[in-house]
Write a protein that binds this ligand. Structure first.
Ligand SMILES: NC(=O)c1ccc[n+]([C@@H]2O[C@H](COP(=O)([O-])OP(=O)(O)OC[C@H]3O[C@@H](n4cnc5c(N)ncnc54)[C@H](OP(=O)(O)O)[C@@H]3O)[C@@H](O)[C@H]2O)c1
Length: 240
């Protein structure tokens, strides 16, 4: 059982935390990261023998060094999930909000993703997974930077999936695009088809285990992605 090792970047709350708990229930050894140490310690206290934690900020921390040390403490790595992120509405294009939306999910994301890619490429096997968003499918009116950064993540994941495919069938890159998931990040006055966090975590883990290249959470959100990508501009600008 304990030859299965996963690290979740951004596991102190929300989707990442629920995934950590579900992996632990399956018997994985789990490395968890985030800035809020007390929340990471809560998880460790529940499963002291299976959890290792690293408390750092993906924007400013040395992701490579933190991850290497965490892998050493875990005793290996088979799956790396990047779930860290923030996102606030920014209808007035406030730079402070937009910078906080971009920094963890562009700079911190690339650094951690590149580290994970190199680690699994050297082993010729592994599962690398990114939590992007449905927002990746089209620019948005209420938080333009949020949609743009998610499009960046999904595009980057696709590029890494192409590269991983040249290395080995056992090296997969999975891009997850959730709709609304019931965490504190789901902020909109137009919420619909909200997915309970335990269901979201379960479907994400399944998609990673099945080495899917892309998964919508919940599954029926593929329809929204299709509509977002294809409805004409004259209609989208009225409803977007
Ligand atoms: N909830 C939704 O409806 C939804 C929909 C689509 C996509 N998503 C995406 O899913 C991902 C997870 O979101 P969530 O809903 O689970 O939100 P959440 O509960 O706020 O979780 C975000 C996680 O990211 C970590 N994090 C944020 N900034 C960080 C930083 N600078 N350094 C290190 N860790 C950081 C947080 O830990 P600390 O605060 O302890 O650092 C926390 O563990 C996000 O990337 C989000 O864009 C969410």
């Amino acid at each position: 059982m304990t030859n299965r090792h996963v690290i979740i970047i951004g596991a102190s709350s929300g989707i990442g935390r629920k995934m950590a708990e579900q992996y632990l229930e399956k018997g994985y050894r789990v490395g968890i990261t985030g800035r809020r140490k007390e929340l990471l310690e809560e998880i460790k206290n529940q499963y002291p023998a299976l959890v290792e934690l690293a408390c750092y900020d993906v924007k400013t921390g040395n992701n490579d060094q933190e991850l290497e040390q965490l892998v050493n403490r875990l005793g290996g790595l088979d799956t790396l999930v990047i779930s860290a992120g923030t996102g606030e509405p920014s209808a007035d294009l406030d730079w402070h909000i937009d910078k906080e939306t971009v920094d963890p999910n562009i700079n911190g994301f690339i650094q951690a993703a590149n580290w994970g890619y190199r680690y699994f490429a050297a082993k010729k096997e592994g599962r690398l997974a990114f939590i992007s968003s449905m927002a990746a499918n089209r620019g948005g009116l209420h938080a333009p930077v949020y949609n743009a950064r998610e499009a960046f993540e999904s595009s980057y994941a696709y590029g890494l999936a192409l590269k991983a495919g040249r290395i080995s069938r056992n090296f997969s890159v999975t891009c997850i695009e959730p709709g609304f998931v019931a965490t504190k990040m789901a902020k909109s006055d137009k919420l619909f088809w909200v997915v309970p966090v335990d269901k979201a975590a379960r479907q994400i883990i399944q998609a990673i285990e099945k080495r899917r290249r892309k998964a919508y959470i919940s599954r029926r959100w593929w329809l929204v992605a299709l509509v977002l990508r294809n409805i004409p501009h004259w209609l989208y600008k009225r409803v977007g």
